[in-house]
Ligand binder design. Structure first.
Ligand SMILES: [Zn+2]
Length: 506
């Protein structure tokens, strides 16, 4: 039977429709402008190996450093050396002052504890893949990254890293290879893909094989090829002054590789002729922001991960703080373009199983002592080496690590490590003498032992020399940033970003 809608119902629906329209129009008028959800400028900053523990430790250390009278003494002051009762912490990390915070699951295709190629592929392309794969799916089909999709849309693109620029994280945004070790191919694909701005370590993958430092297997000189394609090329630290003086013009393309391999750890870099990650980010802004279609720039704090693999507490902190300076650089740009800029600050996975307090056995303490970290002047991997001269080790401990005297237990650990290294070389592992702590494969038993002595003095613990599988935070700010305020998978980050940019990934 035909059911007649009453006139009264039609009338009330009409009124509702008019009211809704008025409400929508009113909210637009009231705000004066529409906060766009479609960003024109995108910063995708990734702290490699950075989870909440790395960022928390760096923030506490930063606050501790900024105290007028920092006090080292745990005996006197215990854990009370940062006043947490005040509302304002202007010395909080920039990443912790952004508007939105969410979380990302990091597991890979068939692994709970992921690799960097895997997580970078997920963050860049929105799919899960195998541990060492760069932007190919599990059936080896290439997948498009959000950076490449942004490029097809006309946006300018940039990659910055403190690791080699051909390392896994940047690679996933602008290349497709079955193994992350194919860094020569990755470098060549950057040229094919015409990435507008490339700044980071890894000159060895661009040099012709005739150069003794080259890692290339062919005779291609990529520096020459980039230059022939119109790139401004700055190929070594000797070009750093020229890089700094260079004023980018609209449409320029730039390749800058100040180091053969990774850029030095921040704690060591400050004495060298290599710009900081923030400075490399700023130069990228100077160039890419001249494009009328906007830009997509990925910035990686690549060595937080390496420092955490080494279980090197000071190097981890300083690289995290340097990464946060790059976040600040992005934020300054946001302040000039608040309605059009999106900042995403992610980690890819946790490294080291970093624990903020490492009491053992029958101890029952609740504290960290950040004081001893202030006295560390070098990274353990690059700034310290055991050459067989034991007296020198004790001098280095004093001068570079601020350790005047070892206690009996520390001394036994160190002497055991030196015995082992004398007998079996730097490739030996501390487990060979019963050392119970993790040791990264590329550092020596003595280096690893110093890493654990210095960490333990601050009550910092490490459960691993590799990655761990925890869920990690993501922060965001600006146009579309609210979309990341969620409990997500790392693949969601790429997919949401693609939606905001109105581009298709695959
Ligand atoms: Zn990683």
């Amino acid at each position: 039977m035909f059911k007649k809608i009453s006139e009264r119902k039609i009338y009330s629906r009409l009124i509702m429709a008019v009211l809704i329209t008025m409400l929508l129009a009113g909210s637009v008028l009231a705000s004066g402008h529409v906060q766009s959800d479609n960003p024109k400028y995108v910063f995708f900053l990734i702290g490699d190996g950075m989870a909440s523990s790395q960022a928390t430790l760096a923030e506490y250390y930063n606050q501790f450093e900024n105290l007028e009278e920092p006090n080292h003494s745990y005996e006197e002051h215990g854990e009370s050396f940062i006043d947490m009762t005040t509302e304002e912490h202007s010395d909080r990390l920039m990443m912790h002052r952004l508007d939105f915070a969410g979380s990302t699951r990091t597991a890979g295709s068939f692994t709970l504890v992921p690799g960097s190629a895997q997580t970078a592929t997920s963050l860049a392309t929105g799919i899960k893949t195998d541990r060492n794969t760069i932007s190919l799916d599990v059936n080896d089909n290439p997948v498009k990254s959000v950076l490449m999709a942004a490029k097809e849309k006309g946006m300018a693109t940039g990659l910055v890293s403190t690791a080699r620029i051909t390392h896994a994280t940047p690679a996933a945004f602008a290349s497709n290879v079955p193994d992350r070790g194919m860094e020569n191919e990755i470098a060549a694909q950057y040229l094919e893909n015409k990435i507008d701005y490339l700044a980071g370590g890894g000159a060895r993958h661009f040099l012709a094989s005739s150069n003794e430092n080259s890692k290339r297997k062919d005779d291609r000189n990529l520096f020459e090829e980039f230059a022939n394609e119109g790139y401004e090329v700055f190929e070594s630290s000797a070009d750093t002054a020229a890089f700094r003086d260079y004023m980018p013009m609209a449409g320029d393309r730039v390749l800058y590789t100040p180091t053969m391999s990774h850029v030095s750890y921040e704690i060591d870099r400050v004495n060298k002729l290599v710009p900081s990650i923030a400075e490399m980010t700023q130069k990228g802004i100077d160039l890419l922001s001249q494009d009328d279609d906007g830009f997509f720039m990925m910035v990686e704090g690549g060595r937080i991960d390496h420092a955490a693999h080494d279980n090197d507490v000071a190097a981890t902190i300083h690289d995290t703080l340097a990464f946060d300076d790059a976040v600040k650089t992005a934020y300054k740009f946001y302040l000039e373009h608040p309605n059009e800029t999106l900042i995403i600050v992610a980690g890819d996975h946790e490294t080291g199983g970093l624990g903020l307090n490492s009491c053992e056995g029958m101890e029952y303490d609740y504290f960290m002592d950040l004081g001893p970290i202030r006295d560390i002047k070098v990274s353990i991997e690059e700034g310290f080496e055991y050459t067989g001269d034991r007296a020198q080790v004790y001098t280095d401990l004093k001068e570079d690590f601020g350790i005047e005297k070892l206690n009996d237990r520390e001394k036994e650990m160190l002497e055991n490590a030196m015995d082992l290294q004398d007998a079996e070389g730097s490739g030996a592992n501390v487990m060979d003498f019963g050392g119970y702590w993790p040791q990264a494969s590329w550092i020596s038993p003595v280096q690893s032992t110093i890493a654990h002595i210095t960490s333990k003095r601050s009550e910092i613990g490490w459960t691993s020399s590799a990655h761990t599988g925890q869920i990690i935070p993501i922060r965001s700010h600006g146009a579309g940033a609210a979309r990341y305020n969620d409990s997500m998978d790392n693949t969601d980050v790429a997919n949401i970003t693609a939606e905001l940019l109105d581009v298709e990934l695959n």
